[in-house]
Design a protein around this ligand. Structure first.
Ligand code: GCV
Length: 710
């Protein structure tokens, strides 16, 4: 990418002219080529293309003649640049951005501190209600002028408001009488990168790491800015930039200086820096003999390390820790608990207002024979023992980002310890960057799941928002998918999962369909029929993927790289890394018995869910084999036997995947050729792979069922 030296960057960027700092959105000529052909795009602009949304542009031109942005801070410069470039591209005409004059039909942007008009506009009460990151957008008439006011208490709130207005215009919505009040439902809206210091990405499918360690801190790629714009445009306010399987060197002075340079670039966008910390850092880079959390020298080491970090990055967010999991070091080495481990770091960060995000992805065999039960057992016994600046990060399901899992029973179960969710956009188990799988619907299903923690309507979303138990810290994290590929995410449609995460972290109750609609309009087109075709493909895609890979509660039918079917996989360093551990297929039947007659995992859920899951007749069929071991002739609600139903689901999934390809082909000529072709190529792979999944799984299970493959 366009690497520029730190000095150049500061001249061109932070102090720079519009269009340079936001180079990813240099104004575009949105006109068809001479032959009427839609110009090709490479996907780099993500959902920030700022293409004119159609006829409504005429109305926008009437309403928006000028903008007024006061304030000279780096964030206000970003706001000014984004507005200038966004409006120019969408409206197709230059919109003057003034610092002081307010004329008729202006967009007025600021905080009570930055703009007198906002101080005088009686918005103070309402502004109080939107907090530090929220905003108001209001159409008002003042002194004979029609104005659109974007007001917030902070600059970052204003930036979010500007991105919101740009989203409204990009998606062709009316902006004549706006009365919008938004505030994020969750405090921590964090992306997690599983990027290694050698440039590789664990479970990354879109090139190499975005962070050019060998060039930092001197050279700052413009891509860091465009990344920050993308994140800020959907409300993401923090990034953990290194793998949870953490290389301890990230905390050495050399790397911290590089990290600080990135933090400087992202600060104007409200993106705070977080790091994954290796629990054994005091030994590995500090030269101490132990990393025991109760050892005074270890405490001193972490305190000094925190001071050093905050000296370089004053608004550092905190540490994310994977401890005592999959070979990562942790407090257990010293006979200490997760709470003692987390509190060690929390105490070091507390004087600086930093936090510890402690992952619940632990599954030690000595805790319970059933892997999905282990985290709940370990963490519920520690509830109340964590410092207030610790939050437990829990994956959406109790296993590991499977195509479909019931929600993790820790949601709702921790009463005195903050819990946030971890979801995964990288599609490790959902087709990686080859299959079109929109995860918005899967996450919606998860967020709407009722935990019953405090009676009905204790949804996961409400747990996360701190409405079920009063959490100090609320949040959601997403293992995200950008890499150095030009289109960031490998598959053009994988961008939608990054986008959907941000929107759901802002408001976990936004319907997945609305998010898909926004994304399609901003990323591809506003043409109604094309939008509805693509949106419906996205809405169908997750269930299609489940159908051809792991329907009816099947899980972990993979091996190696987590992509292709490997139900026969029975050899791995640990039994719970095989496929046979989970499906347990035999001549009698299939499934993991997690009822009270089996592992008892059902009882980690609140009533009445535990009873529903325990009862084979009431258990939702999409979780049937997750919770029950069933005979092949078990009668399904469709009237088919389980075996017949499995055959039907796999065949359906394979044909639906082939249909996805056909549906997309029907859009030829209505999208730019390049992206249309690149998506089509991947859909062809998906269709072929889906057929393989169906054939191989049915052939394999057919060996046990001894019934004809339908
Ligand atoms: C970063 C799964 C993945 C690992 C990942 C781990 C985790 O096991 O396959 O690559 O490690 O989850 O979430 O820690």
């Amino acid at each position: 990418m366009d690497g520029i030296s730190r000095r150049q960057f500061i001249t061109r960027g932070l102090a720079g002219a519009a269009g340079l700092y936001v180079s990813g959105c240099v104004p575009v000529q949105w006109q068809a080529g001479p032959s009427g052909q839609i110009p090709d795009e490479d996907g780099y602009r993500l959902w920030l293309r700022y293409a004119p949304p159609g006829q409504i542009v005429k109305e926008y031109r009437q309403l928006v003649r000028q903008a007024c942005v006061q304030g000279r801070s780096p964030t206000f410069r970003v706001i000014r640049d984004e507005l200038a470039v966004g409006l120019f591209s969408i409206l197709g005409q230059q919109i003057p951005i003034s610092e002081d004059s307010i004329s008729d039909r202006s967009i007025i942007v600021g905080t009570p501190g930055s703009l007198d008009l906002i101080r005088r506009s009686n918005l103070e009460d309402e502004l109080r209600a939107v907090g530090n990151e929220g905003f108001l957008i209001r159409s008002i008439r003042l002194a004979d002028k029609d104005l659109t006011v974007i007001a917030a208490n902070t600059e970052i709130g204003v930036l979010y408001g500007v991105f919101h207005l740009l989203r409204l215009t990009q998606t062709g919505q009316r902006i004549r009488s706006l009365d919008i009040r938004e505030r994020p439902a969750l405090q921590l809206r964090l992306v997690n990168h599983w990027d290694n210091l050698n440039g590789t990405i664990e479970r990354g499918y879109a090139g190499r790491s975005l962070w050019q360690w060998q060039e930092l801190p001197e050279v700052l790629s413009q891509r860091y800015v465009d990344y920050a714009r993308a994140c800020a445009s959907i409300g993401i306010n923090g990034a953990v930039i290194n793998n949870v399987n953490a290389d301890p060197r990230i905390l050495t002075p050399t790397y911290l200086r590089k990290v600080a340079a990135l933090a400087d670039v992202w600060r104007p966008y409200g993106i705070r820096m977080y790091l994954s910390a290796n629990f054994a850092s005091p030994v590995r880079i500090g030269g101490l003999p132990v990393a025991d959390p109760l050892d005074p020298s270890v405490k001193d080491w972490w305190r000094a390390k925190a001071d050093e970090i905050y000296g370089l990055i004053p608004d550092f967010g905190g540490f994310l820790v994977k401890a005592d999991s999959e070979g990562q070091p942790g407090p257990k080495t010293y006979g200490r608990s997760h709470a003692e481990g987390a509190n060690l770091l929390a105490d070091a960060l507390a004087p600086h207002n930093g936090i510890v995000i402690w992952r619940a992805f632990v599954y030690d065999q000595d805790v319970d024979p059933d892997r999905v039960k282990r985290a709940y057992i370990e963490f519920t016994t520690l509830d109340g023992q964590f410092r207030p600046n610790v939050v437990i990060q829990v994956k959406n399901g109790p296993l590991d980002f499977q195509p479909r899992e019931p929600f993790h029973p820790l949601f709702g179960a921790m009463r005195q310890t903050s819990v946030m969710a971890e979801i995964q956009a990288t599609q490790e188990y959902t087709g990686q960057a080859k299959h079109l799988v929109y995860l918005g619907t899967m996450w919606e299903e998860f967020l709407r799941s009722d935990t019953y923690a405090k009676g009905p309507d204790s949804t996961v979303a409400k747990v996360l928002m701190g409405q079920v138990h009063p959490y100090q810290l609320t949040g959601m994290a997403c293992v995200v998918n950008p890499g150095t590929d030009t289109n960031w995410c490998g598959h053009h449609f994988s961008q939608a999962n990054w986008y959907a995460f941000g929107r759901l972290a802002w408001d976990p109750q936004i319907p997945a369909e609305r998010i898909a609609d926004e994304w399609v309009r901003m990323t591809f087109t506003n043409e109604g029929q094309v939008v509805s075709t693509i949106r419906q493909m996205m809405m169908d895609s997750h269930q299609i993927y489940v159908n051809y890979t792991m329907p009816l509660g099947l899980h972990h039918l993979i091996g190696g790289d987590h992509y292709a079917p490997m139900p026969w996989n029975d050899r791995a360093p640990r039994p719970d890394w095989t496929a046979t551990y989970y499906h347990q297929a035999s001549e009698e039947g299939i499934g993991f018995d997690r009822t009270r007659r089996g592992s008892g995992a059902v009882d980690q859920y609140f009533p009445p869910l535990c009873d529903i899951f325990d009862d084979i007749d009431r258990c939702p069929e999409e979780y049937l084999i997750w919770f029950h071991r069933c005979g092949w002739d078990h009668r399904m609600r469709s009237g088919r036997t389980l075996w017949e139903e499995l055959c039907a689901r796999y065949r359906l999934g394979a044909s639906q995947a082939a249909q996805l390809y056909k549906r997309w082909q029907g859009l030829a000529g209505r999208l730019d050729q390049r992206r249309h072709r690149e998506v089509a190529e991947r859909l062809a792979i998906q269709a072929a792979d889906a057929a393989k999944w169906a054939d191989q799984i049915l052939e394999y299970f057919g060996r046990f069922s001894n019934r004809p493959i339908g």
